[in-house]
Write a protein that binds this ligand. Structure first.
Ligand code: CP
Ligand code: NVA
Length: 320
């Protein structure tokens, strides 16, 4: 049984296939020749944290692939009254054909994947947000490949992305992992004390990937030569008690027009959203022509449909 809990659960070739499928699904959306590889199935979408984009894009995507989406808030399940994750996973797998989960500890995803017997997809954990990074790289590849679906992944090779602000968060970790998988340089700039941690370094080692990231406390150094500048909220879900100190420490890393001007000409501004204008990014940058934030948000739908379709294909192949 194949799952998608981290970027490196797919090979580079599989990412290329997912990107080509995402481009095709995007083009054909709404046409009568629907691709419905999940026909007749039911998929659970289990959320322990808030969500706008992930929740809606998965619900719509699952339905468009032919399956019924079962929305589950963790608080409404017996899980919140002490039923174990393992028992919950075993029960859910008797009803569902797959499970998309947004949670705190990454280990919970692994437990669901290990005991459930149905494919599990990571819709964000404290460690990684792989559906977002795959979408973000697809969004850039659409622009850099010159419209050639076969050249999407290739177009990323040798590019540089600067990631500013909370360089120890799930999005930063995901860029480190996806960057190493796809040959993209990741320049992280954040405060002292927010350098990437041991968990993501261990993951790169476990995947036998050479690191393509570097960390600096100087935001101008990170954006120099960058083809895209990325940021995320300074206070991730679960870090609310540290809000005051984070806002103070990360202030020098706000993405401003001056920082964008120091990146490569034509560099894109990116954000996984939700954004807090005036904190991690200046309003004028969010609203500037360089900003591709809503294309990223839209592409969540197409890329995630391609991820689910790919899992369906490989898991069906493994069974037969
Ligand atoms: N980017 C993202 O995952 O958004 P949501 O938290 O709204 O799902
Ligand atoms: N780092 C953010 C991402 C939100 C999509 C968080 O975990 O809250």
């Amino acid at each position: 049984m194949r799952h998608f809990l981290k970027e490196t659960d797919f090979t580079r070739d599989e990412v290329a296939a997912v990107f080509a499928a995402a481009a095709a699904l995007k083009k054909s959306r709404g046409l009568p020749t629907l691709h419905t590889p999940l026909d007749g199935q039911s998929w659970g979408l289990l959320f322990f944290k808030k969500s706008t984009r992930t929740r809606v894009s998965f619900q719509v995507g699952v339905r468009e692939l032919g399956a019924f989406p079962v929305m589950l808030n963790a608080e409404d399940l017996q899980l919140s009254r002490g039923e174990t994750p393992a028992d919950t996973a075993r029960v859910l797998s008797r009803y569902l054909h797959g499970l998309v989960v947004r949670c705190h500890e990454h280990a919970l995803l692994e437990e669901f994947a290990n005991v459930g017997g149905i494919p599990v997809v990571n819709a964000l954990s404290d460690f990684l947000h792989p559906c977002q990074t795959l979408t973000d790289f697809f969004t850039l590849a659409e622009r850099w490949s010159g419209g050639n679906p076969a050249g999407l992944v290739q177009s990323l090779q040798g590019r540089k992305i600067a990631f500013l602000g909370d360089t120890a968060c799930n999005m930063a970790n995901s860029f480190i992992l996806a960057g190493a998988l796809l040959g993209v340089e990741i320049a992280l700039a954040g405060p002292d004390g927010y350098a990437p941690g041991s968990e993501i370094k261990a993951q790169l080692e476990a995947d036998k990937l050479a690191p393509t990231w570097a960390f600096t406390t100087n935001p101008f150094e990170a954006v120099r030569g960058a083809d895209a500048v990325y940021t995320d909220v300074w206070v991730s879900m679960g870090a609310e008690t540290q809000k005051e100190e984070r806002l103070r420490e990360m202030r020098p890393y706000q993405v401003t027009a001056a920082l964008m001007a120091a990146a490569n000409p034509g560099a894109y501004f990116m954000h996984c959203l939700p954004a807090h204008a005036g904190e991690e990014v200046a309003r004028e940058v969010l609203d500037s022509p360089a900003s591709i934030i809503f294309d990223q948000a839209e592409n969540r739908l197409h890329t995630q449909k391609a991820i689910l379709a790919h899992l369906a294909e490989v898991n069906a192949g493994a069974k037969s």
